[in-house]
Write a protein of this length. Structure first.
Length: 349
């Protein structure tokens, strides 16, 4: 069998033959309540179970980009489930998301309806959520997960935040506004009009609005708030000062910094890991994945790193101009899927 065949087919299904048909709505029942999820079941014999998580998307767990990815995995013979993670759907950074993700993974794995073949699930996640998923896996028993694929994620969150805050050449300012939404409140007193501007900018970008809402919100604001917003968005040094000050003022900041620093927990991740990062990612730099790869390799021999020119931040936007890059990307996806197949759960057995 061609080792690149599944990876290449995945690329085809996420670029040339996209399927945006959403799967079936289901519920996962946990002690904390019911978790909405979307399930994709292959028509042929199942090879494994993949749990996918969306990044910080205004569309939440129904993000159409993940729908395309899910259908690509389904076409290859995998059952795929995307659960809702409340904090992430609310675009909020919080260490309690780690506990929520861990509980959801364990719940799906042990649910006979969602995992009828008793597979050890594989995990696929982009951006910030990939780091959260990795931290959740670090807290789980070593045989829980068959394979992990992280796309454009962080290793040290604090340095990632600082990069976004100081990068004035960022073409897509979505990440910058997400961080402002999360942290301005700790450095600047309650400022509803400023928060409205930030939220409008996030939604304009995320929904790709033909008519942006931000200009209207700005027009309805006072001069002082407008000046503050412009300074935050245009002055990298000032923005860094405000956000990093906020980062250190978070209540229980010591707990946050410990729990959200993947570099401190990487050694506990024992499953095979595929790390994929865009070389020119201007939201989370590729150096974060290089650092994570280095730390994982100290304890885990089954780690594959792919730095690619085919990706933007967290998006499967393939450019077919570089054949070698396509082959390398296919090899990385195949590495993830190879470790996913037929991995029966020892916990669910």
């Amino acid at each position: 069998m061609n080792l690149l065949s599944e990876g290449l087919r995945f690329i085809i299904h996420t670029s040339l033959r996209k399927d945006s048909t959403e799967g079936a709505e289901k519920k996962l029942v946990l002690s904390s309540g019911k978790v909405p999820l979307i399930e994709y079941v292959p028509q042929k014999a199942e090879k494994g179970l993949i749990i996918t998580f969306t990044g910080f998307s205004v569309n939440g767990y129904r993000d159409k980009r993940m729908v395309v990815v899910n259908n690509a995995f389904r076409q290859l013979g995998y059952r795929v489930i995307t659960p809702q993670i409340k904090e992430i759907d609310l675009l909020l950074i919080n260490p309690k998301s780690i506990d929520e993700v861990r509980a959801v993974i364990m719940g799906i794995m042990n649910d006979p309806k969602l995992n009828p073949h008793g597979f050890r699930p594989a995990i696929f996640a982009p951006s910030f959520t990939a780091g959260i998923a990795a931290l959740a896996i670090a807290d789980m028993p070593s045989n829980s997960i068959s394979s992990l694929c992280m796309l454009g994620s962080f290793c040290n969150l604090e340095s990632s935040i600082e990069f976004v805050m100081t990068n004035d050449e960022t073409v897509d300012d979505y990440g910058m506004h997400i961080l402002m939404k999360n942290f301005l409140k700790y450095s600047i007193d309650a400022h509803p009009k400023l928060e409205e501007m930030v939220q409008a900018a996030i939604e304009d970008n995320g929904f790709k609005r033909a008519i942006p809402a931000l200009p209207r919100v700005i027009a309805q604001s006072d001069a002082a708030t407008i000046d503050l917003y412009k300074k935050l968005t245009k002055d990298g040094a000032y923005r860094r000062e405000v956000i990093m000050d906020a980062w250190h003022k978070i209540p229980d900041s010591t707990v946050w910094k410990e729990r959200l620093d993947l570099s401190k927990h990487a050694a506990k991740i024992t499953c095979p890991v595929t790390i994929i990062h865009g070389k020119d990612d201007n939201v989370i730099p590729a150096s974060q994945s290089i650092l994570l790869y280095t730390l994982l390799k100290e304890k885990n021999k089954h780690v594959h790193l792919e730095l690619s020119e085919l990706l933007d931040h967290g998006d499967m936007q393939f450019r077919f101009s570089i054949i070698r890059q396509i082959a390398n990307m296919a090899k990385a996806i195949n590495y993830f899927l190879f470790n996913t197949k037929y991995a029966e759960s020892s916990i669910n057995a």
